[in-house]
Design a binder for this molecule. Sequence first.
Ligand code: ADP
Ligand code: MG
Length: 396
Amino acid sequence: STVFNNTSALNPEHIPANLPHRENQIKELTVSFKDLIINPGSTSIRTVIVGRTGTGKTVTAKKFGNELKGIANQKGLKLYYVHVNCHRQRTLYLMLMEIAQNLRLPLPNRGLSSQETFKLIYDYLERKNLHLLLTLDEFDYFISTSPIEDIYFLVRIYDELNVSVKRLHYIFIVRELSTLSGLDKSIKDHIIKNIIEFSPYTSSDLYDILQDRIINEKAFKPNAVSDEAIKFISDIHGADKGGSGNARLAIETLELAGKIADTENAPIITVEHAKKANSKINPEMSVITDTIKDLDLHYLLLLKAISSLHKKQGEDFFPMGRVEEEYRTVASLLGEEPRRHTQIFEYIRRLKLMGLILTRHSSKGMRGRTTLISLPIPVSTELEELLDGEIKRRLQ
Ligand code: ADP
Ligand code: MG
């Protein structure tokens, strides 16, 4: 027997029908994009969503975008919603490819520049009389990895084009506003028009979110979750009780508690199951898992190299050269041509920005200071299995 009913409602990608405690944020989004419905084309609308991990930024933007699309379509306005994750689409060019794909706009095979690609997209919007609401999720990352020209290009497109109908509208999602404050004033003025804050969830917010998954989304069988278990998990993660206010962690803990109840053949998830689940959930691991799933092969091979160095030598920090050497070994064992030194250097920089590695400088030795690299979490079987699984998938 099982306590679960509809496990897909617990999937991180699942978009629930309700988003408790995000009503105000959705209202603010609606107000910002009002002109797009009432007076389409008059301005290019830009809104910034800011908040910590697990505060519902991604799910809210997706839900809002799709609802706005529905409302627009009802009014005869052709609006597309495209959600780009800047970890996954790492460059302006990849981002534009993703947009074209979502619009089902075929691109020629010959290598186009970003400018040419954008021109094709824009002409297409114009020809078909379409509007596009583009969400750039994890935009902090795009800002810290992209050349300033690309950021400039992306946010100032209209000033250069001088078009009469503004067809492109943005939601920028960032974890911290400070990423934007470092930008050029001319760029900042184009992005920061309107800021919507997503605060960490309190214990009672999380209680309602979990209840919604249980009752409305029917993730579990009726009465299969005890109220004390829900309260316990909400208290652990609630920001007002010293937790991180991260809804993802709360949902994951509940899911794991259900699995534990199942292995014990228990018909109800009790607070004991919730406690056991909590002791097994590794918040850091949970946060990096999603990012790892978005990585290309050679980023994964670099992480694998660091984890196998750790296993061989028992240390945590390794000199850059040592990591690179191990990476070459790992790559050749898998029959992959290793990337060149400069490329590896760039990968390391990006992994650091994604929070997937830590770096520090060695104290001054004979050969001067070198960069030392470590993983941000302890090497566990779970981490190794995750890396191996993802590497295998890339090689298929
Ligand atoms: P962020 O993008 O801010 O890191 P997500 O949007 O990915 O956060 O949300 C993390 C998880 O929590 C997802 O599974 C999401 O569906 C869920 N979630 C977040 N906020 C809510 C909410 N208000 N109601 C229901 N589920 C939520
Ligand atoms: Mg997100």
